[in-house]
Every structure is written in structure tokens, then in C-alpha cells.
Design a protein around this ligand. Structure first.
Ligand code: 1CP
Length: 350
């Protein structure tokens, strides 16, 4: 049987489609009761990510429940520091805790390449998910991902989550040559990891730069645009047709420079971006994805519905993928997600 090309892949090639395809950042995990149940089967979060049985199931859970147009591989951006030999722990109630990297000596002590042995269960999971996705009616595509070097570096240097990223930003100002050793290492590791994901069956890549918005424009060029462009160039050299979505969250007006200079096929916009500005400056050149406020989804009701209608009306004239401005929050009611999907899928071509 010849399968029709997947809707989200058509849109990523620049086709306009109503209703638009929909998937949600962080659709797996946290807000799903079935995930919380599954999660209790592994003590340690990274072990969960490295178990094909658990990873495959967590990836498929939101597809079974919501019939979305894409599944996103269940994994984490911090598998890269872990595979580079940095100690990474996820502590419940606290979040990730890493042994901070603060000197060139500590950068030198990292592995030059991410350990294939550590990451290979992820590639094995991708093969299994690809096979299982063929059994779903909506024909969902499989999205792979990695954190962008800047965002991953903030965790490696701060030793976990941060409010102001002071140590990382300070290092980048005080000694850009030293800091670039870490960024370059991450460019290599991230490119390899994404290429291996694609070889295993991933159909779309998203690069999460969740903390891109804390950099000044000059620093943004150096630590967000340039490393991202290098990763994209390396992927495109091997897989020129494979669509890549960039997500430099919080970049504001710099989103324009990001799409002009990195070579992304699509741009995921956060909720702060004005719709007319995005149509004029982004959607004319690339596919746009976004940008419902994740808090609006959590609260639901009439205001959420008005926002959804606005977003749909604004982006309907070009290629568009419905998504949030950031990931689904843990306390989001299932019924709000169901309402969102129903509303998006009820849009008609006029
Ligand atoms: O025990 C648990 O269940 C841990 C919670 C959890 C989950 C479910 C973490 C810890 N990571 C994940 C999965 C995850 N992380 C996915 C796959 C699930 C899906 O998308 O459906 C993805 C794509 C990520 C990506 C990720 N991890 C990002 C980028 C996206 C974003 O939300 O900004 C970031 C910044 C992380 C780091 C991370 N992982 C986990 C925590 C608690 C954190 C720190 C977040 C912070 O600093 O605010």
C-alpha cells in the first residue's frame, strides 16, 4: 500500500494546508497520567530515556490519546552532557543537577565524542517507534531533537537550571576563546547525535534553544546563530531534504536574523511574538510553527479559544504548523488539550 505523504511533511515543504497539522512541544510526559504511571517503572530519569521499552511507550502515549500529526522522540537535551562524560542527575522536585564545568581543564576532560554506547538505545527506540507509527490513522511523522549548544552549555556551566545564566554569560564575555571550546565540542556532538537520529528513522529535526533570549544581539550571533548554522550545514550536507525547525525561544526581533542566517526550514515562535510581525518577517520566508501561550492552554476557556482562533486566522495564508509557544505545562488538563485539537481541526478552507 502506498502511504500518502504525511501532512506535516507537506507543510514543511512549503505547502499551505487547512486545517494545519498540530503537535505540541512537550506533549509527552508530565501532564499525562499514563506517563506518570510508566515513569514510576524507572528510578532514574536518564535510565528511563535509555530504555527502548519505556521510551517507545512514552513517545506513543500522546499519539494514542490525541491523534497528533507528529510524535516527538521521548528523550532529553541533557543526554548529550551525559554522553560526553559529565555527571548528570535528575532530582525530583529540583530538576537536573550537573557537576559544573568551569575551566578549560574540565572541558578537556570531557569525551571528544558522545559515547555511542550510551546513546545507542535512543537510536534503537527510534527504529521501533518508526515501525509502530505506521499503525496510526493520522500517519504521524517522527520528530527528533537536540538542545542547541548555547542552551545545553548553560546547564553544563551553571550545573543545572538557572534564573539568569550569569556564570555562562560571564564566561562567554570574559574569555570567548575558552567558552568557544565548549560550544564547538557541543556543535560536533549535537550534529553527530542528530545525524544518527536521522539514520535511525527521524523525519524532522527540531533544535531547542530554550534560553536563546538572554543574550545581547552580538552574543546571539556568536553563540546562537553561528553554532546552529554549523549544525544545520552538517545535517544538510548528508540529508539536504530533511526539514529542520529552529526554536530560539525569546529571541524577539532577532528571530528574523536567525531565519535569514541559519538555513532553517521552519521556525517555532514563542508566545511573545506579534502575529502580524511574524507573518511579514518570518512566514514569507519559512514555515511558521507556534505560538499559543502554554499558560493559556493550562487555564483554558473562552480566552484560550479566542487566542486559538486568532492564531489560526493570522497564519492561514501561508505554511503553518499549530503548536504552543513553549512546552505543555505539568498541570494542564487533558480536556483543554482535547478542546484545542478539536478547534484547530475544525478550521475549513474558504
Ligand atoms: O521525571 C520526569 O518525568 C522528568 C521530567 C522531564 C521530562 C518528561 C524532563 C526533565 N525532561 C523530559 C522530557 C523532554 N525534555 C522531552 C520529550 C517529551 C516531549 O517533548 O513530549 C523534550 C523535548 C525535552 C526537552 C528539554 N529538556 C528542554 C527543551 C525544551 C523546553 O521545554 O524548553 C529543556 C530545557 C530540558 C531540560 C530539562 N529536562 C527536564 C527538566 C526538569 C529540565 C530543566 C528545565 C528547566 O531548566 O526549566
Amino acid at each position: 500500500m502506498i502511504q500518502q505523504q504525511k501532512l506535516i511533511l507537506k507543510v514543511l515543504q512549503g505547502e499551505k494546508h487547512l486545517p494545519p497539522p498540530i503537535w505540541l512541544m512537550r506533549q509527552a510526559g508530565r501532564h499525562l497520567p499514563e506517563y506518570l504511571k510508566l515513569r514510576s517503572q524507572a528510578k532514574n530519569f536518564l535510565n528511563f530515556c535509555y530504555s527502548p521499552r519505556l521510551c517507545v511507550e512514552a513517545t506513543l502515549q500522546p499519539i494514542r490519546r490525541y491523534n497528533l500529526d507528529a510524535a516527538i522522540l521521548f528523550s532529553d537535551i541533557l543526554v548529550i552532557p551525559d554522553a560526553l562524560g559529565q555527571q548528570v542527575n535528575f532530582i525530583s522536585g529540583t530538576g537536573p543537577v550537573l557537576n559544573p564545568i568551569l575551566t578549560v581543564k574540565e572541558i578537556d576532560e570531557l569525551n571528544l565524542k558522545p559515547s555511542y554506547e550510551k546513546l545507542s538505545p535512543i537510536y534503537e527506540s527510534i527504529e521501533q517507534i518508526t515501525e509502530k507509527l505506521q499503525n496510526f490513522d493520522v500517519n504521524p511523522a517522527l520528530i527528533g531533537f537536540a538542545g542547541a549548544p548555547w542552551t545545553v552549555a548553560t546547564y553544563m556551566v551553571e550545573g543545572g537550571s538557572s534564573k539568569d545564566y550569569q556564570k555562562t554569560r560571564k564566561w562567554a564575555y570574559e574569555s570567548p576563546e575558552e567558552f568557544s571550546l565548549l560550544i564547538d565540542l557541543l556543535v560536533d556532538a549535537t550534529s553527530q547525535h542528530l545525524i544518527q537520529q536521522i539514520k535511525s528513522g527521524i523525519e524532522v529535526v527540531q533544535i531547542f534553544d530554550s534560553w536563546a533570549g538572554v543574550l545581547s544581539p552580538f552574543q546571539f550571533d556568536r553563540w546562537v546563530i553561528k553554532p546552529t548554522k554549523k549544525i544545520i550545514d552538517r545535517i544538510k550536507l548528508k540529508f539536504p531534504e530533511l526539514p529542520i525547525i529552529g526554536f530560539p525561544r525569546g529571541a524577539g526581533l532577532l528571530y528574523k536574523r536567525f531565519i535569514d542566517q541559519t538555513g532553517v526550514d521552519a521556525i517555532s515562535i514563542d508566545s511573545s511574538i506579534s502575529l502580524p510581525w511574524a507573518i511579514e518577517n518570518l512566514q514569507k520566508n519559512v514555515v511558521v510553527q507556534g505560538n499559543l501561550d502554554n499558560l493559556s492552554l493550562m487555564v483554558g476557556g473562552g480566552l484560550m479559544e479566542a487566542e486559538i482562533v486568532n492564531i489560526l486566522a493570522a497564519f492561514s495564508k501561508g505554511p503553518f504548523i499549530f503548536n504552543l509557544g513553549h512546552g505543555v505545562l505539568p498541570d494542564t488538563p487533558i480536556s483543554n488539550v482535547e478542546r484545542l485539537i478539536k478547534l484547530v481541526r475544525s478550521v475549513k478552507n474558504d
